[in-house]
Write a new protein. Structure first.
Length: 433
């Protein structure tokens, strides 16, 4: 059995007012988007699969969606086969070709001696957010033209999922490998829709592993015309009470941010909201704003663990001045501090669940160094996985981490045309000894 990676560079054509037959004949990105747009949201993947079967004579076409933890994928069947009242049946990524494709963000072709079937797997990714995989079974090894079409269609699938997931629960179901409690449901809705994002000046990714009793962690990011802003928060308590506190804090921060408030005003409004509605509760947090014009970085720490910075192979704890948590009933103000961030730096922001109890056995700084060659998406997930393993899979507190690679303001564009910047992709996983 072997896998190889064909050349997938290519361009797409234009599209206007196609007929049903034209949709099947039109290749790649344009054909997939047109076919999906004509279908109901829950059937958008089905029509794309039908298009590929017709055009490439595929015996099977599947979309595998990444679960919320990034450790497995779930195969979504065609219409009528998805049973949303049952837990998702997941395929663990470790030591699979699926994992290699997600990490490297390059398609793979697998052939088996004596078999008449060729398997093709392509990443379904948008701006570095690994949404899932497109898998096809063909009778022959595809040529460069077919691989170009497969790659373009996989890229289109990312847009199709993003466009249709607000209309149906099918994609949410696919991301869940176990039923969510009410607190976890609230917590998930507070997170950004995409857990990773690549831009010219930076790449960011977040990961969250809820405790057995949800602890109220959240993370968030947003890109404006001239800045990127990040936040990590941790509400006191557990379960629904913590989730409701988190809702207040995140809602206040987003509301202030969207009204154009600076970091100090965002922190003030979050604090006042907790005083007004938090019922004696409080929320710790970190707010970061980086200018995309000059690279200046502003930071507020509201009772939160210090961030870690990886620079030139060395990890340093940034001992920023710590202010009171949001909602803490003691006279205080929030200080906006300058953060030393240079092109090539990697910054980690996390909650105290990464440090408490058995997680203290994890060499966090050493792990950050060892994952320095990974994309922030894989780096964040690897660190989280080590913390979960240290607790034997049962966290006492939520574990949350954000990983930011700062490329600098001189970087003006991404090197990507199929959903991922391959210059920053993770290497193939090293086989276990």
């Amino acid at each position: 059995m072997g896998a190889h990676r064909p050349d997938t560079d290519g361009v797409t054509g234009s599209w206007s007012s196609p007929s049903d037959d034209d949709r099947l004949r039109t290749p790649g990105l344009a054909g997939a988007l047109a076919a999906a747009e004509a279908a109901p949201p829950v059937e958008s993947l089905d029509v794309v699969a039908h298009m590929l079967r017709q055009r490439l004579d595929a015996s099977g076409v599947s979309f595998l969606i990444m679960d919320f933890t990034g450790t497995s994928v779930v195969r979504l069947g065609v219409a009528g086969e998805v049973e949303t009242d049952e837990p998702a049946r997941r395929i663990h990524l470790a030591d699979t070709l699926y994992d290699e494709v997600i990490r490297t963000q390059q398609p793979a072709v697998e052939t088996t001696d004596g078999s008449r079937t060729v398997r093709v797997i392509a990443p379904v990714t948008n701006r570095g957010d690994a949404i899932g995989l497109l898998e096809l079974f063909l009778s022959t090894v595809p040529d460069a033209s077919a691989m170009r079409e497969i790659g373009e269609t996989a890229h289109a699938l990312a847009y199709i999922v993003i466009a249709n997931r607000s209309y149906t629960d099918v994609y949410q179901w696919g991301r869940r490998t176990r039923p969510l409690s009410l607190a976890a449901e609230i917590q998930h809705r507070l997170l950004p829709a995409s857990l990773a994002c690549e831009a010219a000046q930076f790449t960011v990714a977040g990961a969250l592993e809820p405790a057995d009793h949800v602890g109220g962690d959240t993370f968030d990011y947003v890109i404006d015309r001239d800045a990127v802003q990040l936040s990590v928060t941790d509400a006191m308590g557990h379960d629904v009470d913590a989730a409701l506190l988190a809702t207040l804090a995140v809602g206040a921060l987003r509301g202030a941010r969207r009204a154009g408030a600076d970091l100090a005003e965002q922190a003030r409004q979050a604090h006042q909201t907790m005083l007004d509605h938090g019922r004696q509760g409080y929320v710790t947090g970190q707010l970061l704003r980086i200018s995309l014009l000059d690279g200046g970085a502003e930071f507020i720490n509201a009772g939160h663990p210090w961030p870690l910075r990886l620079r030139e192979g060395k990890v340093q704890q940034l001992r920023i001045k710590v202010d009171m948590p949001f909602g803490f009933r003691f006279p205080h103000t929030y200080r906006v501090q300058q953060l030393d961030l240079r092109a090539g730096d990697r910054l980690f922001m996390f909650t105290d669940g990464m440090l408490e109890h058995s997680a203290g056995d994890v060499d966090l700084e050493g792990l950050i160094m060892r994952t320095g060659n990974l994309h922030p998406r894989e780096a964040a997930r690897t660190v989280i996985a080590k913390v979960v393993a240290a607790h034997d899979g049962h966290l006492q507190d939520d574990a949350t981490i954000m990983c930011l690679d700062w490329h600098g303001v001189r970087t003006s564009r991404r090197h990507a045309d199929t959903g991922a910047d391959l210059t920053d992709a993770s290497p193939s996983p090293t086989p276990a000894p």
